[in-house]
Design a protein around this ligand. Sequence first.
Ligand SMILES: [Zn+2]
Ligand SMILES: [Zn+2]
Length: 345
Amino acid sequence: MVRFTVLASGSKGNCTVISGGRTRILIDAGLSCRELFKRMKLVGEDPETLDAIIITHEHQDHINGLAVTARKLGIPVYFTEPTHRAWTRWLTPRRTMTYAQWLEQCRKQAAERQAEADSAAEGEADEVEAIAGQAVEATGTDDGAGLETRTTAGLETGATAQTDAPADQPPSRKEDPTWLPAVQYFEAGRPFEIGDIALSPFTIPHDAADPVGFVLKAEGVRMGFATDLGYIPPNVKAQLKGVDLLLLESNHDLEMLRDGPYPWSVKQRVLSRVGHLSNETASEFLSTGYDGQAAYVILAHLSESNNLPELARVSADRALSFRASLLANRLLLAEQHQPLEPITF
Ligand SMILES: [Zn+2]
Ligand SMILES: [Zn+2]
């Protein structure tokens, strides 16, 4: 059985759990670990059975609980390399690293994991080797320069934290906020598998390092996953054909955003080609670009300031009403504060 459950969706946190065959994965870890576990139990999913976490992009509402959750469960995290690096930078804003230094840090973390795995006499260190291999390739360019330490006098109370670490060495596992049990890289355009679930990542237009959407496939069921995108380019339209479930952003109502409380610069950002999908754009896609084949259409990432569930629903309903199939296109709205009823196939 395939189960697709949106645990949270919106600018305060995004998390979706998908299970198929013997595999269970989490897409994005925007909830705190505690809240994530609470919501998983609420919908009858056991957090301990998660196999991996997959990250779409490094914005806070998608990665807030990542490190704690991955460490607690001891499971691998799948990123694109630019997203992993952006996440690392976000967690260590006071330390600037050259690319070579960053790779060196990855290599050391991987070596630590390898040593741990060896001492635990576990033979399975595939993922550790994968990242160690990638890091080793580029370490030849390391010029040996120490990590720069930036301080902003008077603003930081924890400024001593990073001065404890020797300048030329990444911090050890315990004090390193970027440490993860295992890291796996994927690339947009290159399908990969995690156990019984196949994932096809595709690039989406959004103001992050290397944001992606997915088509996931398990037990013959195809699920499209596209939030955090400024518009729907042809590559995304093509990917979302023939899905049995479509999760699509319907972020804001254009008028509400224009008249709403956000400063002009933020309004510009949301409206831009690398911002978020409006109800209007989502509906336009549903009425013209989409093939109408999905059993379920889930509207997601609704803004709490610039949208109302009813506006998003009415807009999408109208767009879908032109679809001939009565059985398909059951419309659901993902919520920020409570999980959506699990969808099963
Ligand atoms: Zn987001
Ligand atoms: Zn985002």
